[in-house]
Design a protein around this ligand. Structure first.
Ligand code: SF4
Length: 355
């Protein structure tokens, strides 16, 4: 069981991050924010998939102008990503958003940053302080010679202290290193020194396949160390895939559960059915269902029931038929063409009976 680092609570709208809150899953839209219809439609899809906080890019005034309509209709709190421009930040702050992400190192004007903080305080808006190698202050680059993990952590601590010195505490921090190991190291250094909640993720992780693995390793190690209060998986893919991967990471570590867990064997020379096809069909049919059960789909009867005995229900496939089993006990034999249908019927029964 993972012991999570003790952090203080931060609120983004009505979503609690840190303290005893579950690790919050977030993502970012990839639509043009000024296209209100497209942005809201993506937010609804992501929210349905399990996204709990959504970030939207606000690079232009036109995007900032779209925010009131988006925040009014969004089912989840909206964070505006304002990056470089304090002018756009002020416009965004008036729009009903729940949070902003800013890299103080990019703005690098304490007077302006203080004005933004005061506005957030007044409007109860959370801030995510972003620190990455590209936004590192010159003095730290000179001190460390390059954007090392120590330099990134020191920058994050510096800005956190600055925010607290002006009486602002509703913030979390994200530190993004250029590679997985640096990322882990920088977050570890920061986590040892404060109780400020951390947003973790591997930035620019890559396309869905590689990116999910890189994220699982980087985010997974930090989570295993108890570090991380909210996560975002960044993939060059549909953001819905980010949500799925995020929950898979959390589920693998026993930190959160979503959907229905499916386990299946890797197949071997004993296989007599098209297992990938069966697993695909079951997975697609169960998409969107959220039940605390484990479904096993195994390629043969030799080891299946024994190997999958922790599953709540499953199929042990054989030649032209399969044994349907429940809690490690066979319940009946089903024909190949009925396997998927029978398994789904049984799961539906379990759902009805609250099993
Ligand atoms: S369950 Fe059967 S088919 Fe699947 S990997 Fe194990 S032995 Fe092979």
């Amino acid at each position: 069981m993972i012991k999570r680092r003790k952090t203080r609570a931060v609120y983004v709208g009505n979503v609690k991050i840190g303290d005893d809150a579950p690790i919050v899953v977030q993502s970012m839209t990839d639509t043009k924010t000024h296209d209100i219809e497209a942005t809201l439609s993506q937010i609804y899809r992501l929210s349905k998939a399990g996204c709990e906080i959504i970030r939207v890019a606000v690079p232009t005034e036109k995007d900032a102008e779209a925010l009131p309509e988006i925040t009014k209709n969004s089912p989840i709190p909206v964070i505006a990503d304002i990056h470089f421009s304090p002018r756009i930040a002020f416009k965004a702050l008036e729009s009903g958003i729940s949070g902003i992400r800013l890299n103080p190192g990019n703005i690098n004007d304490k007077g302006k940053i203080k004005e933004i903080i005061e506005e957030c305080k007044k409007r109860n808006i959370a801030i995510r302080i972003g620190v990455n190698s590209g936004s590192l202050e010159e003095r730290l680059l000179q001190k460390y010679g390059y954007p090392s993990a120590e330099a990134l952590a020191e920058s994050a601590l510096y800005w956190s202290e600055f925010f607290e010195s002006v009486g602002f505490y509703n913030f979390k921090v994200s530190i993004k290193g250029s590679d997985v190991l640096q990322n882990i190291e920088a977050n570890k250094i920061f986590a040892e020194k404060t109780d400020i909640p951390l947003h973790i993720g591997i930035t620019e992780a890559g396309p869905a396949g590689r990116g999910s693995i890189k994220s699982a390793v980087g985010i997974g190690i930090l989570l295993y160390l108890g570090i991380g209060d909210t996560i975002r998986v960044s993939l060059t893919a549909d953001p819905e895939e980010e949500i799925e991967t995020a929950y898979n990471i959390l589920q693998s570590l026993g930190l959160r559960r979503k959907g229905i867990e499916i386990i299946s064997c890797p197949t071997c020379g004993r296989i007599e059915v098209n297992l990938p096809d069966i697993v695909y069909k079951v997975e697609q049919s169960l998409k969107g269902k959220d039940l605390p059960i484990k479904v096993a789909i195994m390629g043969c009867v030799v080891n299946a029931i024994g190997e999958a005995k922790e599953a709540d229900i499953g199929l042990a496939c054989g030649n032209k038929s399969a044994i349907l089993f429940k809690k490690g006990e066979p319940i009946r034999r089903v024909l190949e063409e009925d396997m998927v249908k029978e398994l789904l019927k049984e799961i539906e029964e379990m759902e009805k009976n609250g099993e």
